[in-house]
Design a protein. Structure first.
Length: 430
């Protein structure tokens, strides 16, 4: 991190970092929260701090992948046209020990997951038999299944082997693996507490919405939006309220950051007369790492650390326009939060999609466009992406339908209709 003292606010120079450089710089300073132990049932959405290892080999024995009859291949050779009739010696159910000592020339009725008896090498699906219509016997009508449908021991997991690595997010697919590994609790990273602060005398909440109706205020959308985005990224939002455009009010609001792991502010991000937030921070023990990035929307992004006696608090300053705050949160803050949660992929997930129409961008900026993802037009085609609405930085309607952010890289002036582009997927969209 660049420790850059600033003697006066007026000396502050814009860095104009590229999107990749700014993202790398923020992630370099991200530190994972401490690990905590919680029950598996409460771990969904959390990243593992330590890997899970198997306490048992699964399956413990060769077992059946089908309902049917276990046989020895040799007992179906030679193969007569009418099939082979075998006596049924026993039944094998899941959870039992494998049968031993079953004489040659006999079949064993078996259920899916049941242990395959010693010496048997095939499971004939029940639909390839008469189902044991004659008491004590089964007629094998086809031998397509010879040598098949027997799962080897340890095919799923081997005792002592890692089954879920550290950094993997716990979800509905990892939970059965964790439980099957024999764990009833896991070590995960504590959810970061994120202080959320808006600034601006013009901001009006629902309790004063008549001022918006009268044209005298701006709806305070950012705090609720950022709180939802923090939860989507795995953090816990802490509402620090709306700070007025005054030095005293901002100092009072910043006094509430004790107990949070990250501070995210919106508004007061530029150099205007009423943009006081950075001015107040720089009067405190704040180390500004960078200010301004070559992105649209959201170029006035800032990042730094507010130093205290026992810790250094990361601080993101996002622009006040709702779309700008939305984009910069998902492009920069969400990856930082995922890194704090120990994610193995903090940058997020991108998908390739074909542009429905021309996507234009200033050549010197990375452009993030709010887009909907649409089904592909053919079986071998990529999904399509279309603008979700007007892209103005102060407009909120296009956020409603956005499934992702189409990323037009710096130096690329336009994506033609029909050309592929990368889309940063947004969480929580179906």
């Amino acid at each position: 991190m660049t420790n850059r003292p600033v003697n006066a606010f007026e000396q502050l120079q814009a860095d104009w970092l590229s999107y990749p450089a700014a993202l790398r710089r923020t992630l370099r300073s991200a530190r994972a929260t401490e690990a905590v132990t919680i029950p598996v049932g409460r771990a969904a959405g959390r990243s593992l701090a330590v890997p899970v290892t198997a306490r048992a080999t699964l399956p413990s024995w060769p077992n059946s992948a089908m309902d049917g009859f276990a046989v020895r291949s040799a007992d179906l050779d030679p193969w007569p046209k009418q099939g082979v009739r075998l006596p049924v010696a026993a039944q094998a159910l899941p959870g039992e020990l494998p049968l031993g000592g079953v004489a040659p020339g006999r079949a064993v009725k078996i259920m899916t997951g049941g242990p395959v008896p010693e010496g048997f090498d095939s499971v004939i699906r029940v639909e390839h038999t008469d189902g044991g219509a004659e008491a004590g016997f089964v007629r094998i009508r086809r031998r397509d299944d010879l040598g098949r449908h027997v799962r080897a021991p340890g095919k799923d997991m081997v005792r002592g082997a890692e089954t879920v690595p550290a950094g993997r997010v716990v979800h509905s697919g990892t939970i059965p693996v964790i439980v099957a590994s024999g764990a009833d609790s896991v070590r995960v990273f504590r959810r970061p507490r994120v202080g959320i602060l808006s600034s601006g005398d013009e901001l009006v909440g629902p309790d004063r919405f008549e001022e918006v109706v009268a044209g005298r205020g701006v709806p305070d959308t950012n705090r609720a939006m950022i709180a939802a985005a923090v939860a989507e990224a795995g953090g816990v939002g802490v509402d620090l309220g709306v700070a007025p455009d005054s030095a005293a009010g901002l100092r009072e609001a910043l006094g509430g950051v004790e107990g949070v792991d990250l501070l995210v502010s919106t508004g007061g991000a530029s150099m205007g007369e009423r943009d006081l937030l950075k001015r107040i921070l720089l009067e405190m023990s704040f180390r500004l790492d960078f200010w301004r990035v070559r992105v649209r929307p959201g170029s006035p992004l800032s990042f730094g650390h507010l130093d205290g006696e026992a810790r250094s608090l990361p601080v993101f300053g996002l622009p006040g326009n709702p779309a700008s705050a939305f984009v910069t949160f998902h492009a920069f803050v969400a990856p930082f939060l995922r890194a704090m949660l120990g994610s193995e992929r903090p940058e997020g997930t991108t998908v390739a999609a074909v542009a429905e129409s021309v996507l234009a961008s200033p050549a010197g900026l990375t452009q993030f466009l709010r887009v909907r993802l649409l089904p592909p037009t053919g079986p071998d085609q990529l999904p399509r992406c279309a603008l979700s609405g007007p892209q103005g930085s102060g407009l909120v309607r296009s956020l409603r339908d956005a499934d992702g952010l189409a990323v037009i890289p710096e130096g690329r002036a336009r994506i033609e209709a029909g050309e592929p582009t990368q889309v940063l997927a947004l969480p929580g969209r179906s």
